[in-house]
Design a protein around this ligand. Structure first.
Ligand code: GLN
Length: 475
């Protein structure tokens, strides 16, 4: 087994025991990137020199302080990849757009700063749909990332580069961001674990804004245990982001689920009534059966039809985009506005329309009201059940080019994730097996705001009893 194939927990144990150095671990990831990324195209920028220096620093700390070094720096020496919409000081940050092709931020995002302070080593910045507008990476202005399970298919998006990098072991973990499905979607199509934390749990400072009222940074990892480790580093109030929450940060890594006895699982009827691919449906049944066999109770639940969430998301996301992207005016920074791609322009124009006087009440204000109804609908659900379970995506990864024929591809694919993002909830996707064509299927577990602990625990419990998360494509 190559060092690059390890999980965070395994790599940390090896570093502590001095079985290998951080330099060796980082070099194996960099070599693997050099070997397979020309096919996968997960990275926009590979930060070789920066990574080797950071690995050397980690190694000297380990030799001077020994295991103690890991108390202050829980991710010491661990190579990771960041989606290219997190500003990294001195390292090019493009958000997947030509507008920012040469942008080198003068400051660091809180997420990447916390990861650096925790000792982890950035190996590169990953591909994404430009400004995170999309669910395939086909809207990236640079290139499309390929799904490592089948190079003729998309990895999902917008954090597609991050998910593809993790499943093909080019890094130990990665960071993504989700506005409407951009962590859970690609994680599900690539067969990795993706955690979308509660809105406000993780600071947005230095994340290039998409829709500020739902943007949520989160980890994409090889298993749920690693997701808990990374969330423990990222979570917490940040004075630089007024919407970050002062809520207590629990110890996400302490496993507290020894059985699922008494767990009430809501199965939303409206989610399963959708047009879901047969293989996905079958894997979901197996997943629910497993949970039930472990003592959980499955409760059929009436939840609002996701079509309302899609309508609300479409209006609010475009409105916020038209305001957020106005800063890229080619004067302060960034290139000329002509460099926005068609998808970006379409969204900005629609948003300008929904916010314009005369239409504001009919679209933006009304969407906000429906958003409140959706939030209440979830609140009512969580008075009856502990968690909700459903497919993460309605189908397996589509073929390259399919998104281009569907103007609402991002919404259609994220129909099952957008409801919980607009309500600000947390959710995790875990791999639950392969379809007949050998493509990964993901199931999501959704919980109430600030209840990441329960979904992480259930995901870990599941992964301790099954091995779907250990499946790898043969690239
Ligand atoms: N479906 C969403 C969109 O296309 C996904 C975006 C996201 O979460 N960043 O807008």
């Amino acid at each position: 087994m190559g060092l690059n194939e390890l999980t965070i927990r395994q790599a940390t144990e090896g570093l502590k025991k001095r079985d290998f150095t951080s330099r060796e671990l980082v070099e194996e990831c960099l070599n693997h990137i050099e070997k397979i990324d020309p096919q996968i195209k997960a990275f926009i920028t590979v930060t070789t020199d920066y990574a080797l220096e950071a690995a050397n620093r980690a190694d000297s700390l380990i030799s001077s302080e020994g295991e103690k070094a890991f108390n202050k720096k829980p991710l010491l020496g661990i190579p990771y990849a960041s989606k290219d919409n997190f500003c990294t000081k001195g390292i090019r940050t493009t958000a997947g757009s030509k507008i920012l092709e040469d942008f080198v931020p003068p400051y660091e995002s809180t997420v990447t700063k916390k990861l650096e302070e925790a000792g982890s080593v950035l190996v590169g910045k990953t591909n994404m749909d430009a400004f995170a507008h999309g669910s395939s990476t086909e809207e990236s202005d640079f290139f499309t990332t390929k799904n490592p399970w089948d190079l003729q298919r998309v990895p999902g998006g917008s954090s597609g580069g991050s998910a593809a990098a993790v499943i093909s072991d080019m890094c130990i973990f990665a960071i993504g961001s989700e506005t409407g499905g951009s962590i859970r979607g690609p994680a599900s199509w690539c067969g990795v674990t993706g955690l979308k934390p509660t809105y406000g749990r993780v600071s947005r400072y230095g994340l290039i804004a998409m829709a500020s009222s739902t943007d949520s940074p989160g980890p994409i990892t090889k298993n749920a245990e690693d997701a808990a480790l990374v969330l423990s580093v990222l979570a917490g109030k940040d004075p630089l982001d007024a919407t970050s929450s002062p809520n207590d940060v629990k110890d996400f890594t302490a496993l507290s689920k020894e059985s699922l006895n008494g767990l009430r699982i809501g199965k939303p009827k409206s989610y399963f009534d959708l047009d879901i691919q047969l293989d996905v449906r079958k894997k979901m049944e197996d997943f629910l059966e497993f949970l039930e066999s472990q003592g959980a109770e499955i409760i059929d639940l009436d939840l609002m039809d996701p079509k309302y969430s899609i309508a609300v998301y479409t209006i609010l996301q475009r409105s916020e985009v038209s305001s957020n992207l106005a800063r890229f005016d080619g004067i302060r920074f960034g290139r000329d506005r002509d460099n926005f791609n068609f998808e970006n322009k379409k969204r900005m124009m629609l948003g300008a329309y929904t916010l314009s006087s005369g239409y504001y009440e009919a679209y933006y204000a009304r969407a906000q009201k429906v958003r409140t109804l959706i939030i209440r609908d979830f609140e009512e659900a969580f008075s009856k059940v502990d968690i909700l379970v459903g497919p993460s995506m309605p189908c397996v990864a589509p073929e390259l080019g399919e998104s281009k024929d569907q103007p609402m591809f991002g919404e259609m694919m994220d129909v099952l994730t957008e409801p919980s993002t607009i309500a600000g909830l947390c959710g995790i996707t875990v791999p639950v097996g392969l379809s007949g064509q050998g493509l990964p299927v993901g199931a999501q577990i959704i919980s109430d705001r600030f209840d990441e602990k329960i979904i992480l625990d259930i995901a870990r419990y599941y992964q301790e009893s099954t091995s779907f998360h250990q499946g790898r494509p043969s690239v």
